[in-house]
Ligand binder design. Structure first.
Ligand SMILES: NC(=O)c1ccc[n+]([C@@H]2O[C@H](COP(=O)([O-])OP(=O)(O)OC[C@H]3O[C@@H](n4cnc5c(N)ncnc54)[C@H](O)[C@@H]3O)[C@@H](O)[C@H]2O)c1
Length: 346
């Protein structure tokens, strides 16, 4: 660790859409850290990120970043299929890890990542930033205070606006929208019901992406998943990609004596009213804007848990259980039947 500067040296691996959110935080706002390097296999993306953030060191091969003694911790923000390999190598090199969701492709990969980080004595945090969002946190506190009685049902939805990138069409490479879009819902559901999802029944179809249908017949852009929770509570997850109208992330918690709603639809507080269009208020455009503060808090907490030597708030087990539910959901879609979620080995 950089004891001379007392600042945690960070390298962001993967400087695409999500990577740049973390990189901007570490370059500009996260206390007690400094962004010492970026890594990306795509030259123009890497150079553009270096230029914007004025970071001198850029690596085409992330392994060179792991050999850089100024790097204490890495943020893994590559496509999901690369997470396992990079996290195993990072652990072996003694670097702490913040790994974006979905943690990996299957539970075996997650278990290997958890074991490698434990053996190396490095922190492993998973990027479920809704746990850092002020509204989700306030809802959690109010539910815990008994405001709506006991939790009965948690309904969580995420609809993404954009047309998926090609690697996401291939379910074998991406695990589909259940992984890429709904991992956050699965984690939030587990968080609010305080138990594990034991069984799921999912249905899915491709309604908005005809361009993908021929080459990727298994691709779905809409999914509905019913969840049986081990402690008897109920869950429902609604996922959609390529919706166009905006980024929609909301949750409804039904209790024995009330209900709670989380998540806003409005981009800002401006409401227009015209003779021609009636009331007009723009929808939230992107996860980047909706969760800006949550990502910043997540990155700060990652740095703090390393520097203060305490466990991360969102751990490998959380990533692992979400992946187990994604895998069960995809099996359920294919089998057209309910599927048990793979449990932890005792
Ligand atoms: N927490 C969130 O809300 C959130 C939001 C978006 C994406 N994500 C996750 O972040 C990850 C990346 O998604 P994205 O949308 O930013 O993708 P992206 O395609 O925009 O960016 C990925 C970047 O990784 C680079 N890359 C690919 N393989 C690499 C390798 N082996 N080493 C280094 N760089 C490599 C690519 O060149 C690209 O620039 C995914 O796991 C995704 O699910 C999380």
């Amino acid at each position: 660790m950089n004891l001379d500067t007392h600042k945690l040296g960070i390298c962001v691996i993967g400087s695409g859409r999500a990577g740049m959110i973390h990189a901007r935080n570490f370059a500009r706002g996260t206390a007690r850290t400094r962004l010492v390097a970026l890594a990306d296999t795509h030259g123009p993306t890497l150079q553009e990120a270096q230029r914007e953030l004025e970071v001198e060191t850029g690596y085409a091969d992330y392994k060179d970043a792991l050999a850089d003694s100024r790097v204490d911790a890495v943020v893994v923000v590559t496509p999901t299929s690369f997470h396992k390999e990079i996290v195993l190598q990072a652990a072996q090199a003694g670097k702490h890890v913040l790994c974006e969701k979905p943690m990996a492709m299957d539970v075996a990969e997650c278990d290997a990542m958890i074991a490698a980080c434990k053996a190396a004595g490095v922190k492993l945090q998973i990027g479920f930033m809704r746990r850092y969002d002020s509204s989700f946190r306030a809802a959690k506190q109010r539910v815990e205070s008994g405001e709506i009685g006991d939790v009965v049902l948690v309904k969580s939805l995420t609809h993404g606006p954009s047309v998926p990138q090609e690697w996401m069409y291939d379910i074998r490479k991406s695990n589909g929208p259940l992984a890429e879009v709904n991992s956050h819902d699965i984690d939030a559901l587990r968080w609010f019901v305080e138990s594990e999802i034991g069984e799921v029944f999912a249905i899915a179809g491709n309604f908005r992406c005809p361009q993908a249908a021929r080459k990727y017949p298994d691709f779905y852009d809409n999914v509905a998943m019913l969840c049986r929770v081990e402690n008897g509570k109920q869950g429902f997850i609604d996922g959609a990609a390529s919706v166009g109208y905006g980024y929609d992330a909301r949750m409804e918690i039904v209790g024995t004596s009330g209900v709670m709603f989380v998540g806003r639809r409005e981009q800002d507080s401006v409401v227009g009213c015209s003779t021609a269009k009636g009331i007009v208020q723009p929808f939230v455009k992107s996860w980047r804007t909706l969760f800006t503060e949550a990502y910043a808090a997540e990155d700060q907490d990652f740095a703090d848990c390393i520097l203060d030597d305490r466990p991360p708030r969102v751990q490998g087990i959380d990533g692992r259980m979400a992946v187990a539910v994604v895998n069960a959901g995809n099996r359920s879609i294919a089998a057209r039947a309910p599927v048990r979620v793979e449990r932890m080995k005792q």
